[in-house]
Write a protein of this length. Sequence first.
Length: 266
Amino acid sequence: MRLEQSKDPDCTILWSSYHDNKFCDEQYKAELIKLEREDEYYYNVYTLGLWTPLNVVGQIYKKYVDKLEPDGNLAEFEYKKELPLILCCDFNVDPMKWALIQNLYGNDYVIDEIVQEDTYTDKMAEEVLSKYGNRKYNVYGDYTGTYRSTRSNKNEYEIMKRYLPNMETFLKPPPPITDRIYATHWRICNKEGKRRLFVNPKCTHTRKDFRSTVYKKGTHEEEQTVINNKKELSHLQAAIGYYCEYNYSLRGKPTVEWGDITYTRR
C-alpha cells in the first residue's frame, strides 16, 4: 500500500491491492492469481490494482470468430432436455430478442434465439413455452424489467412467470456496461485463446451481434446499428452479457428475496 500524489494538488491517491486486504481469503486470492493466464485486463485491474483503460475503438468483441470450434465460437450444440435451460432477456420492444443457453462442462452454448418485432413480453414467453414446454428456466436479464410495466400492474418478470411458472430469476442492479461487455469478452476468448462461449450456427442474430457490435465513438457504450432502415441496439449480446456478468464477474452476488422471485444486488 502506498500514497501517490495526483495531478490535483488537493487530492492524494491511496493505492493498494489484494495483498493489503486482510479480509481476502485464500480461495479468492487463488482466483485473482489465476487471472494472469486468463485475461490481461482482469489481472491488471483486480489482481494488481492497475486501473488501465479498455480498448474502446471499433468492434467490441474483437476475439469472436464466426466459424466452428475449435478455432471459432460456433458449435452445432443442440438442445438437451436433461440439462438446465438458461433464458437471457432484453425487454426492448421492437424488436425484442431473447437467447437460450445451456452449460456443459463449463462451456456455455447459445442453442436458440427468439426474435419478434412489435411484440410484448407475453408473446415472447408464450413462444418459449411452445418450444420448450413447462420446465424450469433459469432467467437472467435486464434489471429494468423489475419496474412496473406501463401496460400492467405487473413487472416484466412477473408477466413471464404467468407463462413460465417454474422459472427462477437471477438479477443484479445494472452493472457498468464495461463489466457486462468484458465478462462476455472473457468467455468468448481468454488470454490463452480458450473459448468458453459458443453459438449454434442457426442463431444468426446472435452471430451478427458479436460480429458487428461496436463502441459508440468516445464512450464505453454500444453503438446502435441500422437494420432495415431502422436504428436498433444489439440486444442479444446485451442479454447474454447479463448472464455472463452475473456468473463470471469477480464482484460477487449476494441474494435478496423480493416476492417469489430471487434478485441479487452488489
